[in-house]
Design a protein around this ligand. Structure first.
Ligand SMILES: *Cc1c(COP(=O)(O)O)cnc(C)c1O
Length: 402
């Protein structure tokens, strides 16, 4: 089975289901998961899909069928994971900055929990003592990731408990007789360099001996995927080798399982976002191609300055021309500036690549526009997995006050 959907397949799917449309390719997700499993074969590693990248329950079920566990960033994601059939023991809830009630709710659902503040750790200890295991999310003070917005391990980041507050952590753990099952670090997204993970591990080695009941080290997610030609992916084989090496160099009194939380790595390239060109507009300097979408559907280019390859699948052989691809909402929502694309006519389909992760998931109804539909292609067959919003959806939760 091919790892990519062809222009013809995508155009046929767009004809059938309409645009704007998110399309996910199951076999590509499987291929990415296999890559991880292959590289870490022989090591005691468990992969938790970071579901915030894409939470459609059909995708969750598919990823479960591959054998992966799941990482959640809210209690609602935990509930979606349970709904998709994940056993509680395969679900990890990595909270950040949330109210203690939500941690309690996750505890009542029986899932693994990583706690990321001293105050919640303290509350957890007071209430549950040694009766329920928890992981601690540490902030290793490492700067990593594509840019500051997606980098979470550095000194000014809100995520995790800073490692330099280690004594306070130990105080809290001792005082409350906490059962510390794991240590967690997640340094950011789009980390190309395997050494960043190794640096993270090294930071943990001094700390590990203080926790006598430790069972896992969770190294988070953030593996990089290619966005454009010439881009590289995190070298997973090299990473696996280096992880193995660093654990061999620091033999631990206890056997520790290694956990990873890949989000983007599993679903980014499996996703395609298909739009249609509404208008072409020429100015003295620019030709705008305005599509039937905007940052209400795909915000990454505007929010993270991310690059998404764009192809005109309606004109595969046309001459290459320069376009600025923009959306149709009342904001500057530029998807791509001065991009070379095969000649565009109004009505053509433009496909955005790498749209699986943080695409639909970050969409909104801004401008009272409707959210797109989602389709999953498995064994060559496209199936609708979320209907397109309809007008009534905009009114659904609104109340008539008078
Ligand atoms: C977002 C997140 C991930 C996944 O990051 P990717 O860049 O999508 O791999 C993993 N772990 C945690 C705690 C996260 O917040």
């Amino acid at each position: 089975m091919s790892e990519v959907l062809s222009h013809n397949q995508l155009a046929a799917i767009a004809d059938e289901f309409g645009t704007p449309l998110y399309v996910y390719h199951a076999e590509k997700i499987a291929a990415q998961y296999e890559k991880l499993k292959d590289a870490f074969a022989g090591q005691d590693v468990v992969f938790f899909y970071a579901s915030k990248a894409l939470t459609n329950i059909n995708v969750l079920r598919y990823i479960k069928s591959l054998g992966a566990n799941i990482d959640c960033s809210s209690v609602n994601e935990v509930k979606l994971a349970l709904h998709a059939g994940f056993a509680a023991g395969k679900i990890l809830y990595t909270s950040n900055g949330i109210a203690f009630d939500e941690i309690e709710e996750a505890k009542n659902l029986g899932v693994h929990i990583n706690i990321d503040s001293l105050s919640n750790l303290e509350k957890f200890g007071k209430k549950f003592g040694h009766s329920y295991p928890v992981g601690i999310r540490l902030r290793p003070n490492i700067l990593a990731g594509g840019n500051l917005k997606i980098s979470t391990g550095h000194d000014k980041s809100k995520f995790g408990i800073p490692v330099d507050q280690f004594e306070k952590i130990i105080d809290c753990v001792d005082k409350n007789n906490l059962f510390i099952q794991g240590l967690h670090i997640h340094t950011g997204s789009e980390i190309k360099d395997a050494d960043v993970f190794v640096k993270g591990i090294e930071k943990l080695f001094d700390i590990i001996p203080h926790f006598k009941e430790l069972e896992f080290i969770d190294l988070g997610g953030g593996f990089k995927v290619p966005y454009k030609e010439g881009d590289s992916e995190t070298d997973i084989h090299l990473l696996a080798e280096k992880v193995k090496e660093s654990f061999a160099n620091h033999p631990n009194p206890r056997h520790l399982q290694i956990w990873f939380e890949p989000g983007k790595f599993l679903v980014s390239e499996a996703g395609y976002f298909i739009t249609r060109v509404n208008v072409l507009k020429k100015t003295s300097s620019t030709v705008f191609a305005g599509v039937n979408s905007g940052f209400n559907h795909l915000i990454r280019p505007m929010f993270y300055n991310s690059y998404h390859r764009i192809e005109n699948i309606s004109n595969e052989t046309g001459p290459r021309k320069i376009y600025t691809v923009v959306g149709n909402i009342c904001e500057t929502d530029t998807f791509a500036e001065d991009r070379e694309i095969n000649e565009i006519k109004e009505g053509d389909y433009l496909v955005f690549y790498n749209a699986g992760a943080y695409g639909f998931e970050m969409s909104s109804n801004f401008n009272s526009r409707l959210k797109p539909a989602e389709v999953l292609v498995k064994n060559g067959t496209p199936v609708l997995i979320r209907r397109r919003d309809v007008f009534e959806d905009l009114l659904r939760n609104q109340l008539e006050a008078q």
